[in-house]
Design a binder for this molecule. Structure first.
Ligand code: NDP
Length: 335
């Protein structure tokens, strides 16, 4: 018998999630049934959608999310003992998984892509869901052209830092917004952003006009709210916007969502295309992005920084820290 631990969400969050909203449950896993696999979890991902989807689930529920681990016992010949896997079984240290399709075509489990010697932890980051979000969201929706000006918000995070680097690789001028001077330094000095701006300490509209005097062609929106209205109001004719997320509102009460400056005049007069997306839409194409991302990381063209928290007992702190902006790069937990 294997003793496992998992985090169960007990409450609907009010504002920022609190430790008391979770219960850490210890329990014995049952014996494996046909086609089931026992996974020992090594890396756990903490992500903004774990906050955003809270009201869509019926509490109590097991905290969902991506994890990387190794198959310890198997009754599925496709996943023999020792296979490295990525599952969507959330905040648990041991878990039983069955290879069935879940929401939106996403499978509960897939084999860790060939990382060519890179850390398996990247399987929940740059070579995982956040990496493919940056890859498809930016390339398929923004359709960037060499020489264009690209803006990304949440620029020093898991998705944003990859978007900005892909834009640079594609020959674009890249401007990133992030929430601290250290993040700004990292984006400009290490990742090769043309300009990074601390949105907390400047007049965003003025700073953007100075950084992009000829206007913005593509905007990858991770945060929503007023900053997005400012960017969209400085876009050029036929600009493209990929709406990836709106983390600036995730902790807000659904009945009192913040208001932002009207967008329709900019959309109409500049004939903008604004498209929201969910990364599950491209699930069948994830392997294509994984190969390219691994190649870019191996060649040094793309940097994949991680903000690592140690210990299963600290998963909640990692989550709440990420929501508060403590992470530079992908926030992950080493179990
Ligand atoms: P990050 O690694 O970027 O971590 C979250 C970051 O959000 C923090 O570090 C913080 O950075 C920033 N942040 C927190 N509060 C605010 C605020 N009020 N205003 C502006 N920024 C804030 O997370 P991810 O890269 O994983 O996710 C980025 C976005 O992408 C999220 O909106 C997420 O929901 C979305 N997403 C969407 C997917 C899709 O399929 N559409 C898939 C994956 C992610 P800072 O210090 O800069 O404020």
């Amino acid at each position: 018998m294997v003793k496992a631990r998992k985090y169960v969400v007990k409450n609907y969050f009010k504002g920022a999630p609190k430790r008391d909203d979770y219960e850490l449950v210890e329990y014995e896993l049952p014996a494996l049934q046909d086609n089931e696999i026992l996974v020992k979890v090594e890396w756990i991902s903490v992500d903004p959608y774990q906050r955003a989807y809270n009201s869509s689930y019926k509490v109590p529920y097991d905290q969902f999310g991506f994890q990387v681990g190794t198959v310890q016992e198997s009754r599925d010949s496709n996943f023999p003992i020792g296979t490295k896997v990525v599952t969507h079984k959330g905040w648990s240290d041991y878990t039983i998984v069955k290879d069935v399709a879940a929401i939106g075509g996403l499978r509960e489990i897939y084999k860790l892509p060939d990382m060519k010697g890179l850390s398996p932890s990247l399987g929940v980051g740059a070579v995982g869901m956040p990496g493919v979000t940056a890859y498809f969201g930016f390339l398929e929706i923004c359709k960037p052209k060499t020489g264009e000006t690209v803006v990304v918000t949440g620029a020093a995070g898991a998705v944003g830092s990859i978007v900005g680097q892909i834009a640079r690789i594609k020959g674009c001028k890249v401007i990133g917004f992030a929430g601290s001077d250290d993040k700004v330094q990292w984006l400009e000095k290490e990742l090769g952003f043309n300009k990074a701006i601390n949105y907390k300490t400047v007049d965003v509209s003025k700073a953007l006009r100075e950084a992009a005097p000829n206007g913005v062609d593509c905007y990858f929106d991770n945060v929503g709210g007023e900053i997005s209205s400012i960017v969209i109001n400085q876009m050029n004719k036929f600009g493209r916007v990929a709406v990836c997320g709106s983390i600036s509102s995730y902790n807000e009460d659904a009945a009192k969502l913040p208001k932002a400056t009207i967008l329709q005049p900019a959309m109409v007069f500049n004939q903008l295309k604004i498209q929201g997306f969910l990364i599950w839409e491209w699930f069948s194409r994830w392997p294509e992005a994984f190969s390219q991302l691994v190649e870019w990381i191996k060649s040094g063209e793309l940097k994949s920084r991680e903000h690592v928290t140690d210990g299963f007992e600290n998963v909640f702190d990692a989550f709440s820290g990420m929501l508060a902006g403590e992470n530079t790069g992908k926030a992950v937990v080493k179990v």
